[in-house]
Design a protein around this ligand. Structure first.
Ligand SMILES: NC(=O)c1ccc[n+]([C@@H]2O[C@H](COP(=O)([O-])OP(=O)(O)OC[C@H]3O[C@@H](n4cnc5c(N)ncnc54)[C@H](OP(=O)(O)O)[C@@H]3O)[C@@H](O)[C@H]2O)c1
Length: 280
């Protein structure tokens, strides 16, 4: 690997590396010279991603883990640190969505979502902080969502977990400035991945289908390039996606009006709105 590449010899630990945005991020970080630790539940899928990386096999490690098993994560952090003796970037990207109304969703699903999307992320971060502080360097990258900024029907616990990430990491940001630790919060819009197929319904079953809107959405590889560019520029926060990014602006401009606009059928309304203003 070329020593002149911008991320040469940087160690990057990515969760959710087996598919979608995390897989695309793995290829993009590797292209820029980084050494990788790939994590998710599926060891088999991670090994396939590892094989497809433009890296020698000793430059990437597979660390299978289930983020829902919070009591195992401290050990996983120790293992991750032992691979290359350090970690420079922690990319907290793994996530699970829900696709059902609140009335149909039992608390067990809400807890599962909070554990996977929120508590696992902050637990790993807390375990890595002493390492980052001791070395006076480190970069945390957190994949949030537009759902971390406002709510639309059928994704309440997903939105709750993403809102929680903002609360925690914005506060942490204010505490780590003296330690030269960077933090980038990524806000993807609608990215072409299988997230809706993997999403849980209130029964606990997978939704199983890729939503139509996601089939033609913003490509994951393009999203990964933009995310890595933003990380390298040490951006504090970045939106990634298509014209749905305008919702961030509308929500800031008039939350009252935006709530009324999006209340019933957000995606349908968004398509109509985009047509009205000539975006598609
Ligand atoms: N796609 C979008 O439009 C979109 C929009 C906004 C935000 N996001 C966020 O982007 C991130 C990546 O999502 P994606 O779109 O790439 O979806 P995806 O293709 O479903 O990827 C989700 C990743 O998370 C891993 N994961 C799920 N549960 C896990 C668990 N219990 N333990 C460990 N790993 C687990 C999955 O791997 P295994 O199944 O192997 O465990 C997979 O690698 C998520 O945080 C998501 O909320 C996506």
């Amino acid at each position: 690997m070329d020593k002149n590449l911008p991320l040469a010899s940087k160690i990057i630990w990515i969760t959710g590396a087996s598919s979608g945005i995390g897989e695309a991020l793995s290829y993009e970080f590797a292209k820029r010279g980084a050494l990788l630790i790939l994590s998710s539940r599926s060891e088999q899928k991670l090994l396939t991603v590892k094989e497809n990386l433009p890296l020698n096999s000793d430059k990437a490690k597979v660390l299978a883990l289930d983020l829902e098993q919070l009591n195992e994560l401290k050990n996983k952090v120790e293992t991750a640190l032992s691979y290359f003796g350090k970690i420079d970037f922690f990319v907290s990207n793994a996530g699970l969505a829900v696709k059902d109304f609140v009335i149909n969703t039992p608390l067990e699903i809400d807890l599962k979502l909070m554990n996977i999307n929120y508590f696992s992320s902050i637990l790993i971060t807390k375990s890595l902080l002493p390492h980052f502080m001791q070395r006076n360097t480190g970069h945390i990258v957190v994949t949030s969502s537009l759902s971390g900024k406002y709510g639309v029907p059928k994704i309440a616990s997903y939105a709750a977990s993403k809102h929680a990430l903002h609360g925690f990491y914005e506060t942490l940001r204010s505490e780590i400035t003296d330690y030269n630790i960077d933090l980038t919060i990524v806000i993807p819009g609608i990215i072409k991945t299988e997230i809706t197929a993997h999403a849980l319904t209130g029964t606990g079953d997978k939704f199983g289908k890729i939503d139509k809107t996601f089939q033609t959405a913003y490509p994951a590889d393009k999203a990964a390039t933009k995310i890595v560019n933003a990380v390298m520029k040490k951006k504090e926060s970045v939106f990634i996606g298509g014209s749905e990014g305008i919702t961030l602006f509308l929500n800031r401009l008039s939350p009252w009006l935006f709530r009324r606009f999006i209340r019933n059928h957000p995606i349908k309304k968004m398509r109509q709105f985009k047509r009205t203003i000539g975006l598609k």
